[in-house]
Design a protein around this ligand. Structure first.
Ligand code: PMP
Length: 287
């Protein structure tokens, strides 16, 4: 699914076939989950391939690397240029790009100096699909922000996302909504969360969430469309009473939610501000 015999990746300064690469069994990332990564989308537009907000994504990769004391020896500009070359070499247009910085052999608990930079890409449909989602409040909370850098995109953080997704899927839901350690709604397993009530949009403030680049784009689009967005702490009870809700993320884009814990939102998705924002988002990424 992610590669075939002709897929080319960028690894440590070289273009190599994905099928011919290897990595160590003793790497620190494999054992302890210390690695940093990004999830980026490119869109095939009338003016050629466009990587949406490449600068913001690679700035976040640098932020994540710096917080985890990982060496990332490429600038934002270099990473952006390499990403366009990656798409070209693999003849990709609408694609998902996955930069990963992983670490060399080291079984100690201090960040290993040797880092490896991998850029790969593949065609990937919308992560949560196109249908409106049935969501459950997860039993798993987002990590305590004093236990990690929640705003860094660190590989190990995603064990929490996987546990929440496993539980939600097993219970027959499409996705999980996770609370923070104080019981306020934080975000999905791999996407930020918004709800809508009386024509106002609400989303969790920074502190317990990954501040998504799509979330920021929604702020920009809402402003252009004259929609009010409020960042505040809220509990699931407030969401049960909402008119509508949606997730935002690079992989998921803008994904409408129809129910939370089997309670259906009041408005049909097509009548919500979220729906308008989802089409505005599609227009924006194509520009
Ligand atoms: N929260 C989490 C936990 C995520 O993994 C993601 C995906 N990167 C997001 C939010 C959304 O971030 P973005 O819009 O930058 O993709």
């Amino acid at each position: 699914m992610y590669y075939n015999n002709s897929t080319v990746v960028f690894l440590d300064g070289k273009w190599v076939k994905a099928s011919e690469t290897t990595s160590s069994l003793y790497g620190q990332t494999l054992h302890y989950g210390i690695g940093v990564f990004e999830g980026i989308r490119s869109y095939k537009t009338e003016d050629g391939n466009k990587i949406f907000k490449a600068k913001e994504h690679y700035e976040r990769l640098h932020y994540s690397a710096q917080k985890m004391e990982i060496d990332l020896p490429y600038t934002v500009e270099e990473l952006t240029e390499l990403s366009y070359a990656l798409l070209e070499k693999n003849q990709l247009g609408d694609a998902y790009l996955r930069p990963l910085v992983y670490l060399g052999e080291n079984m100690s608990l201090q960040t290993e100096n040797e880092s490896h930079v991998l850029l790969s890409a593949w065609e990937w449909g919308r992560y949560l699909g196109d249908k409106q989602l049935d969501v459950m409040i997860s039993d798993f909370q987002r990590p305590n922000p004093k236990s990690c850098f929640v705003e860094a995109k660190v590989t190990g953080h995603y064990t929490n996302s996987i546990l929440a997704t496993n539980q939600a899927k097993r219970a027959g839901y499409d996705e999980a909504l996770l609370l923070d350690m104080n019981g306020y709604v934080a975000e999905g397993s791999g996407a930020n969360f918004f709800f809508e009530k009386d024509n106002v949009l609400y989303t969790a403030p920074k502190g317990n969430i990954l501040q998504g680049i799509t979330r920021q784009t929604i702020f920009e689009l809402a402003e252009e469309l004259g929609f009010q967005v409020v960042e505040k702490l809220f509990t699931p009870t407030e969401v049960y009473d909402a008119d509508g809700a949606f997730f935002t993320g690079t992989a998921a884009e803008v994904a409408g939610i129809r129910s939370l814990d089997c309670k259906f939102f009041k408005m049909p998705w097509e009548h919500t501000l979220g729906y308008e924002l989802s089409s505005a988002y599609q227009n924006r990424v194509q520009k």
